[in-house]
Design a binder for this molecule. Structure first.
Ligand SMILES: NC(=O)c1ccc[n+]([C@@H]2O[C@H](COP(=O)([O-])OP(=O)(O)OC[C@H]3O[C@@H](n4cnc5c(N)ncnc54)[C@H](OP(=O)(O)O)[C@@H]3O)[C@@H](O)[C@H]2O)c1
Length: 310
């Protein structure tokens, strides 16, 4: 039996529950392909999943192999799969997890061709964060030329894609970032960066915005302070804490959960290959460092996207 490395949890708990187990390499079932992983990427949702905080939304079969972001090459094809060949470079978001491993079996319908213009391992940063950004900016935020868009939390993994997509849509982007991320956020195209560590955002902002895209978990008072920054008729989209505008504010607010959508993922790949969307990898670690990455994230010490190589 051929064995492979995985990073998985047998129980909920702090980062120490992540174990690096050797397990038999899976075979693809019908309509599935086996992907040899080039990298997965870290997403903070997985730390919440590991801690057991999302049990009302996701029931995990334990032991559960982490890793929702798949980037790799097709190693084997299951019955009934068409359109893929062994050796194809693919990416996908797989909510079933399993990409924190050397191989993962994935429904073929969830995969798209990886971008050709970036290293395959870097493309692991795209599925979860990119899809979230796409749906926040374009679907819910309806960013367009002539709008002023405020991106709160632009320094994170989702934020890098949000800033670029809002700029690509033609909007003026005002972003919040701390000193460690300011340079990266400007490189991603932000017109103005406000240092969120320097004082209240409202005082640094020069007039109301059309759209607020919030990517940061907020306390209720912090959320309440952001709502009035949006003009009447504007929009608030939050992927983290809900932000409720005042009843008479005439502002539409959405608290969104991103969904898997291969058409959106393929569109993101196209933008990457057109040179219109960059992938900012802040760190590349061996898979054996996954528990450390969870700890760093929980301590607020991660910015951008971190990829993990099996
Ligand atoms: N609803 C959904 O479907 C969905 C999908 C994906 C993620 N999420 C959630 O969305 C959030 C962002 O995800 P992510 O992957 O981008 O997380 P991340 O990469 O861990 O975000 C970390 C970044 O947050 C920034 N930050 C922290 N506190 C801030 C503040 N008070 N103001 C402005 N920026 C602040 C930091 O910026 P600096 O480096 O500038 O200090 C840091 O770089 C997480 O809570 C995640 O769980 C939700």
């Amino acid at each position: 039996m051929t064995m492979m490395k995985t990073a998985r949890i047998h129980e909920y708990g702090d980062a120490s529950v992540i174990r690096y187990d050797a397990v038999p390499r899976p075979r693809p079932g019908s309509d599935e392909v086996l992907v040899r992983i080039a990298a997965t990427s870290f997403n903070p949702t997985e730390a919440a999943l590991r801690a057991g905080l999302l049990q009302s939304f996701f029931t995990l079969d334990l032991p559960y192999t982490l890793g929702w972001d798949v980037a790799g090459t097709v190693a084997e094809i299951g019955a009934g799969v068409e359109g893929f060949a062994v050796g194809d470079r693919v990416i996908g978001r797989f909510d079933g997890g399993g990409a924190a491993a050397e191989y993962v079996r994935v429904p073929a319908a969830l995969l798209v061709a990886a971008p050709v213009s970036v290293p395959l391992a870097h493309a692991a940063a795209l599925p979860v964060a990119g899809l979230t950004a796409w749906q926040a900016v374009l679907e819910h935020g309806k960013a367009a030329a002539g709008q002023r868009v405020l991106v709160n939390g632009a320094g994170g993994g989702v934020g890098g894609f949000v800033t670029q997509l809002a700029k690509h849509a033609g909007a003026e982007v005002i972003a919040t970032a701390g000193p460690r991320s300011t340079e990266a956020v400007l490189r991603q195209g932000a017109d103005q960066v406000i240092d969120y560590t320097a004082g209240p955002l409202g005082t640094a902002l020069d007039g109301p915005v059309d759209t607020l895209l919030n990517l940061v978990p907020l306390s209720p008072p912090e959320a309440a302070a952001l709502a009035p920054l949006v003009r009447p008729g504007g929009r608030i989209v939050s992927i983290a804490s809900p932000i409720e505008p005042a009843a008479d504010a005439e502002v539409r607010a959405v608290h969104m959960v991103a969904r898997n959508d291969v058409a959106h993922l393929a569109a993101l790949v196209e933008l990457v290959d057109a040179g219109a969307l960059g992938i900012d990898i802040s760190d590349s670690r061996p898979l054996a460092d996954l528990a450390d990455v969870h700890r760093l994230s929980e301590a607020g010490r991660i910015r951008g996207k971190v990829i993990l190589i099996p």
